[in-house]
Design a protein around this ligand. Structure first.
Ligand code: PNW
Length: 495
């Protein structure tokens, strides 16, 4: 099969993304103190093979080399996160040495002609704040806005794109309900409180940044899914899809873009106390106008409702593909991230899967972008950026450390074509940041899952661009997806 090159709109922003805890290492350097991920990684069974982020990709000591690598890959933008625990180790007091690391990184990026795209929170809450209740505690939202102000004071003259949170769904529901991410709590009410306080923290931070810097570009990144009923004719399956859409997508989208939690979601979670944590004025703060929406897309879901009888014996309310860590920290019974799933669960569709077991569903991305354009970002008049999309595969390096990852290359190719289709459909998508620049610490999977465009040899810290990375460098340089002569997903030779 051959396909023709596919050009993207002029000025389309090509880049790659990382996150502080996943790449930096230097966990005990320069005044940094523990984040909840340092603590969680010490819990037996929490992370595969007891891996942790102590060293990771040692990016803290290799940022110059990594910026040069990005430049060699023609990247126009780099999305990174700042570590709250490095910059304000107790959550409250600025640490100049920690902040200086990011100041230097930003200078290096700008010198290389790469736009810095800063995310304030990619899951590494200072442990000191978790000790006070974490995101279930309202004060964390206020402290987050204070942290945003400190970072802006230091970097606002050079960083023009600021996103507040990465994936509040994961932070709240994998962290506080499923317990498979830090802080490893399994408390449905705390998870809902965390979701609200994350949104509130976002809103308060946006107000703070806007006040200081009316010209800055401000946004948030959500991980969104495409929930389809397994059987459109089945009322149960349609209800399952509605619930998961509510608890995954609309719980964040509706407050951000419509200033209200969806009524059906409020009914689903009645009794879990969400109403008690929402104060007067919160929703107005959360709905502060934004300049962009960041979308992280990995896969959709085909949902069914377990028959009532089967539910007794089955795993409780599990949506498998979205929470497939299979890690059961500290030997507790598995918990679902969905606090009111009512038997909803995900059915495999027989699509190809990545190393994470996630189904490869590029057309889901096209539908998601169209939905956002029609229902949320279009009416708000703001553009969408893909802030993450990518795949883990069981890479095999040759003797020189080169990985001929035709599977990952095919994943990017297919998803970029879906983005291009969505643009043709009318979605205002302005850029694409691949996940991830480097192989890195993949949370509860440790170093076993590799998402990088660039291979990292964790013994030598050598970086070697994979076939997908070399391909992506061409995409970024030409503003087009090249034509293809082989079907990459079929595996085979790729030539
Ligand atoms: C995102 N899920 O995490 C994160 O933003 C990245 O840090 C991470 O490395 C990447 O995707 C790959 O996992 C997710 O269970 C983790 O649906 C879990 C889910 C989704 C996204």
């Amino acid at each position: 099969m051959s396909t023709t090159p596919l050009a993207f709109p002029e000025g389309f922003l090509w880049g790659a993304a990382t996150a502080a805890y996943q790449i930096e290492g230097a966990a005990h350097t320069g005044g940094r103190k523990d984040s909840i991920w340092d603590t969680f990684a010490r819990v037996p069974g929490a992370v595969a093979d007891a891996h942790n982020g102590d060293v990771a990709c040692d990016h803290y000591h290799r940022s110059s080399q990594d910026v040069a690598l990005m430049k060699s890959m023609n990247l126009k933008a780099y999305r990174f996160s700042t570590s709250w625990a490095r910059c304000m180790p107790d959550g409250r007091t600025p640490n100049p040495e920690g902040i200086a690391f990011y100041s230097q990184l930003v200078d290096e990026l700008l010198a290389a002609g790469i736009t810095p795209w800063l995310t304030l929170y990619h899951w590494d809450l200072p442990q000191a704040l978790e000790d006070e209740g974490g995101w279930a505690n309202r004060e964390t939202a206020e402290l987050f806005a204070a942290y945003a102000a400190v970072m802006h004071e230091a970097l606002g003259d050079r960083v023009r794109i600021w996103t507040t949170l990465n994936e509040p769904w994961c932070a709240a529901f994998l962290g506080y309900a499923a317990g498979i991410h830090a802080p490893g709590r399994q408390e449905p009410a705390a998870a809902l409180a965390a979701a609200h306080h994350l949104l509130l923290g976002h809103g308060l931070a946006v107000a703070e940044l806007r006040r200081r810097d009316p010209e800055a570009t401000l946004g948030i990144t959500l991980n969104l899914t495409v929930p389809d009923p397994a059987d459109l004719e089945s009322e149960g399956d349609r209800d399952a899809a509605r619930r998961i859409d509510g608890q995954f997508n609309r719980i964040f989208l509706d407050p951000l873009f419509r200033g209200a939690y969806p009524a059906d979601l409020l009914a689903d979670v009645a009794g879990l106390g969400l109403d008690t944590v929402v104060h007067d004025g919160d929703l107005a703060a959360i709905a502060a106008p934004l300049d962009l929406l960041g979308v992280n897309y990995y896969h959709g879901e085909s949902l069914t409702k377990a028959p009532a009888a089967a539910e007794e014996t089955a795993q409780p309310e599990t949506v498998t593909t979205t929470a497939q860590a299979a890690h059961d920290s500290a030997g507790r019974p598995e918990a679902s991230p969905f606090v009111a799933a009512d038997g909803a669960r995900s059915l495999p569709r027989g699509l190809p899967v990545t190393g994470m077991g996630w189904e490869v569903q590029p057309e889901g991305l096209r539908r998601l972008l169209n939905r956002l354009q029609d229902e949320y970002t279009g009416p708000a008049g703001i553009p969408i950026y893909i802030t993450e999309n990518g795949a883990a595969y069981p890479d095999v390096a040759d003797a020189d450390g080169f990985v001929d990852d035709q599977d990952r290359l095919g994943f990017f190719d297919a998803h970029l074509r879906a983005v291009r289709d969505a643009i043709d459909d009318g979605a205002d998508v302005r850029g694409y940041l691949a996940w991830s620049l480097l192989d890195n610490f993949e949370w509860s999977f440790g170093y076993h899952q590799r998402f990088g465009l660039v291979r990292v040899n964790y013994e030598t810290q050598e970086r070697i661009p994979k076939a997908s990375g070399l391909w992506y460098a061409k995409v970024a340089a030409s503003n087009a997806v090249p034509g293809r002569t082989a079907e990459p997903a079929a595996g085979a030779t790729g030539d």
